[in-house]
Ligand binder design. Structure first.
Ligand code: ADP
Ligand code: MG
Length: 255
């Protein structure tokens, strides 16, 4: 049975997509079967996985509105090593269309029943807002992975996110739990990084991954080649960090 993880934070630019793509590639390199689902109309996880979002004939949009199954839409990404359910700008319209459909919050969850046996991990790349797409992700997931940049406003946004997770958990998905807090674009120099980092540990305890993702230019470059960093420059600090995260992730699951 797949473990379904929503990678979410309503703040943009914190490393959600980078984490989805690179954690997926690292888990695949460790022989896990992974599906990445792009839930952001910007389609960055799609592009970063090597799929041309302007050439899509079907996308996650078709799955959400119910005209296609997951298997009819997903693509295997080579050399990334995982399957991707791609997105493009069409998804912008999904919000409005979903409102008029039955079970609007749980359509993704229902669509994933079909493929739960096919994968070990399903990673959901959420848009930077708490909209109906994010609600679908949180209703479908068992775990929430929250990338956080250790800066002053990071904690402010987190309480709104935790409230949303709590509300959705009570209404739709009682088993939902925090999978982990991931410190991204980590720069160990400023003392603010340590302050925020300490506050995260105080509040979330061992839910904070001990792996931190450093700021690394290769991580920012690799999406323009449609490659996870592991397949772009496997010796880079970014690649090493995401491999370490995948290792920690698998160990946590096994524990
Ligand atoms: P989100 O999906 O949360 O909006 P992204 O993953 O798209 O965030 O990251 C935002 C920007 O920062 C992108 O240009 C990405 O390439 C870059 N980036 C993300 N993580 C790192 C990192 N660890 N080091 C350097 N650049 C990064
Ligand atoms: Mg993103």
């Amino acid at each position: 049975m797949a473990r379904i993880i929503a990678v979410t934070n309503q703040k943009g630019g914190v490393g959600k997509t980078t984490t989805c793509v690179n954690l997926a590639a690292s888990l695949s390199a460790m022989k896990r079967r992974v599906l990445v689902i792009d839930l952001d109309p910007q389609g960055n996880a799609t592009t970063g996985s090597g799929v041309d979002k302007s050439a899509l004939t079907t996308s996650i949009y078709d799955v959400l509105v119910g005209t296609h199954s997951v298997q009819e839409v997903y693509q295997f990404c080579d050399p990334a090593g995982y399957h991707c359910l791609p997105a493009n700008g069409d998804l912008t319209g999904a919000e409005v269309v979903l409102l008029d459909l039955p079970s609007k919050e749980t359509r993704l969850r229902a669509a994933l029943y079909d493929v739960e046996q096919e994968f070990d991990f399903i990673l959901l790349d959420c848009p930077p807002s708490l909209n109906m797409l994010t609600v679908n992700a949180l209703a479908a997931a068992q775990g929430v992975l929250i990338p956080v940049q250790c800066e002053y406003y990071a904690l402010e946004g987190l309480s709104a996110l935790l409230q949303t997770i709590d509300t959705i958990s009570q209404a739709l998905n009682p088993a939902l739990e925090i999978e982990g807090i991931l410190r991204t674009m980590y720069d160990p120099r400023p003392s603010l990084t340590h302050d925020v980092s300490n506050q995260l540990t105080e509040y979330f305890g061992d839910k904070v991954f001990s792996t931190v993702i450093p700021r690394n230019i290769r991580l920012a470059e690799s999406p323009s080649y449609g490659l996870p960093v592991l397949h772009y420059e496997k010796q880079s600090r970014g690649a090493v960090a995401y491999l370490a995260l995948a290792g920690e992730f698998i160990r946590k699951r096994a524990a």
